[in-house]
Write a protein that binds this ligand. Structure first.
Ligand SMILES: *[C@@H]1O[C@H](CO)[C@@H](O)[C@H](O)[C@H]1NC(C)=O
Length: 272
């Protein structure tokens, strides 16, 4: 073989390897939104959270798991920031305790976990029996998100504003149902802000707060001895809303969990 040919076949080999390699990077690699769980991380990611999580128990050799993979990756993309999509690889010895604890008998097994308000740290669990398609997974998970958003009428507002000294987040909507993304936002700020939703048909409130489009989000926060109204004008993307509410209240979950807000509002005021 000439030197030139040897180099050519070497390059060819490298090309083949590059084509093949990604499948060795793991079933759900870092490029996806799917969280890979281990016995070490399971509790923190699934049990110690108020988010809803779907967990797939799978084995890498399993054909149905391979078929589900692109749909599951897509579901994780669509639920990003709204609910968690996770996976446990059961043909990895280290994960066996988890797979036996949850009595996984076939692959893939999908289970939905969500917080039980009566038993913190011990979530409710349900088997997902729906279609193994992204849309059906997404719709089912969205329907299992805890709702901490208070539905209000105009006449309820005055008493609602008396409930706590924490910031109030109020969404004016023209939709019948509370958007799942808004429910998750309320979970992000559980115990640090009050969340309410009010319909466009509540004319007295709409006029009082001069709301002219839907959705409109308003935060009321206490600063320098008075309540200040801040109307949100940004995009309806979860990260943007999270960042905005995070200026007035400390998130307890999500990427900025524990971050002290720019307007520390009442907390500081009370110390003065
Ligand atoms: C979950 O919600 C409960 C009740 O509001 C709260 O006490 C707890 O801190 C929350 N947990 C997390 C991880 O945010």
């Amino acid at each position: 073989m000439s030197g030139k040919m040897a180099i050519k076949s070497l390059l060819f080999l490298v090309q083949i390897l590059l084509l093949v390699l990604p499948s060795y990077a793991g079933f759900y690699d870092k490029g996806t939104e799917v969280i890979n769980l281990t016995p070490k991380t399971f509790n923190k990611e699934v049990a110690q959270t108020n988010y809803t999580t779907i967990v797939e128990f799978y084995a890498e050799w399993c054909g149905h798991c391979k078929n589900l993979r692109p749909q599951y990756v897509k579901a994780a993309q669509n639920l990003n920031g709204i609910a968690k999509v996770a996976a446990v690889r059961c043909d990895d010895k280290a994960n066996e305790p988890l797979c036996s604890k949850y009595q996984v008998k076939g692959y893939p097994t999908l289970k939905i976990f969500r917080p039980n308000p009566k038993t913190p740290g011990k979530p409710m669990m349900e088997n997902y029996q729906g279609e193994r398609k992204a849309k059906s997974i997404v719709d089912t998970v969205l329907g299992r998100i805890a709702n901490r958003v208070k539905r209000l009428r105009a006449i309820d507002l005055d008493s609602w504003f008396q409930e706590t000294d924490l910031p109030y987040v109020l969404l004016f909507t023209n939709k019948a149902a509370t958007p799942p993304m808004y429910k998750t936002l309320a979970i992000d700020f559980a115990s640090t802000a009050n969340f309410g939703i009010i319909k466009n048909s509540e004319k007295v409130a709409v006029e009082k707060y001069k709301v002219s489009k839907y959705p409109t989000l308003i935060v009321f926060h206490f600063d320098n001895g008075e309540w200040i109204k801040e109307q949100y004008g940004g995009s309806q993307k979860k990260e943007a809303l999270y960042e905005f509410v995070g200026r007035f209240a400390m998130p307890v979950e999500g990427p900025d969990a524990g971050k002290v807000p720019m307007h520390a509002s009442k907390l500081i005021h009370e110390e003065l």
